[in-house]
Write a protein that binds this ligand. Structure first.
Ligand code: SAM
Length: 355
């Protein structure tokens, strides 16, 4: 499919129907930004919208896929061409899982650090906030057992603590409640930093907050922290090596680093018609760009061995690797995500110590 051509075709037909982007979006029950994205050739309508779109534009599906109006003679030839292209596209399409959500079409990309930071910052400055709430201590996220049961952070009284990807600040509040004295947070999103700031000040807690990618030098003190932790933050880094090297430098000797993230096996398996389907290769660590509502995110799936070997390379000893599911919660959720968590780990936590 030539998305750019199809996009131009949609724009021309919309104007011929005297519809603005907003009016067409209203008819389809979507946002005008989505229409604009199609028209710029940056995406195709999802399956459920294709027929209603064709109806609004007074064309058929074959014409939409061809990006032109068709005469009777062209019609059959184009049908065959379009079927072949659809099969080709379907073969190229991998599925990927983020949290409990299966993302449809994902495109592999050559990772560019500044583009990735820009895209992900935009996501976290806007709709990403809606996804927060379940990834803050004492929850380690997903169906992982809670910190109340695992006690990975240990005694926090009087400790200096840094959180990577501090989001809405609830985890820092939690560690403050357990006696941590010196709190620091880093986050790439100014919006999240502001949320942390206002949430902590509403709780009368003070913290040093830095707006920066965790993988970059950002003025944090070295040989200073007792604990560095992250709840569903570390996987966003564009460089695991740089991140772990920095964390190693921030920690005191014997300081601990604990982080949780989506389990890579979970990210390869989707549920389709009540069946577990391997829809991506566990070994695939390529970067991809995917749509999340109206925004894009850029991520890569890293194998568990990549996390472990990168920690080892950067001077850490692994103390524990948690791959458990809180079965009661998974069963009572009644969701596909919960069903899956009973079959395989959907998230993991690693606790490592600076050597
Ligand atoms: C899933 S959220 C978890 C946040 C936190 N645990 C919470 O629940 O509030 C991930 C956070 O990582 C931040 N983030 C994404 N990429 C980052 C990067 N490269 N460096 C630092 N923070 C990043 C996002 O802005 C977001 O706040």
């Amino acid at each position: 499919m030539d998305q750019v051509e199809i996009g131009r075709f949609i724009a021309v037909l919309r104007k011929q129907q005297n519809l603005t982007q907003i009016e067409l979006a209203d008819v389809l029950g979507i946002s005008n930004k989505t229409i604009s994205k199609w028209e710029c050739g940056k995406g195709m309508p999802e399956l459920s919208l294709m027929m209603p779109l064709c109806e609004s534009l007074k064309i058929n599906l074959n014409e939409l896929f061809s990006g032109v109006k068709l005469t009777d003679t062209d019609y059959k030839k184009k049908v065959e061409e379009n079927i072949m292209k659809l099969i080709e596209d379907a073969e190229k399409t991998k599925k990927n899982v983020v949290g409990g959500k299966v993302l449809g079409k994902v495109a592999n990309i050559d990772m560019d650090v500044s583009k990735t930071h820009k895209t992900n910052t935009e996501f976290w400055n806007t709709i990403g906030s809606e996804f927060l709430g379940v990834t803050a201590l004492p929850s380690w996220g997903g169906y992982l057992p809670s910190e109340l049961k695992l006690n990975l952070l240990g005694d926090l009284s009087g400790k200096s603590i840094l959180e990577l990807g501090c989001g809405n600040g609830h985890s820092l509040d939690y560690v403050a409640g357990l006696g941590a004295k010196d709190l620091w947070g880093v986050d790439i999103s100014a919006n999240q930093i502001n949320k942390t700031k206002s949430y902590l000040s509403s709780q009368k807690i003070s913290a040093n907050l830095i707006c920066s990618p965790m993988e970059e030098e950002c003025g944090l003190p070295t040989d200073y922290f007792d604990i560095v932790f992250s709840v569903f933050g570390v996987g966003w880094t564009t460089s695991l090596d740089q991140t772990f090297e920095h964390v190693h430098s921030y920690l005191k000797k014997d300081g601990i680093f604990v982080f949780g993230w989506s389990h890579p096996i979970h990210k390869c398996v989707s549920i389709e018609d009540d069946k577990f389907v391997f829809s991506n290769s566990y070994f695939n660590e390529e970067w991809y760009c995917a749509d999340m509502s109206d925004k894009e995110i850029m991520l890569s799936n890293r194998m568990l061995s990549t996390y472990i070997n990168t920690l080892a390379r950067n001077g850490f000893a692994i103390e524990s690797l948690i791959e458990e599911t809180d079965k009661e919660r998974a069963i009572s959720s009644g969701t596909d995500f919960g069903k899956k968590a009973l079959m395989l780990p959907t998230a993991f936590i690693i606790k490592a110590r600076k050597l």
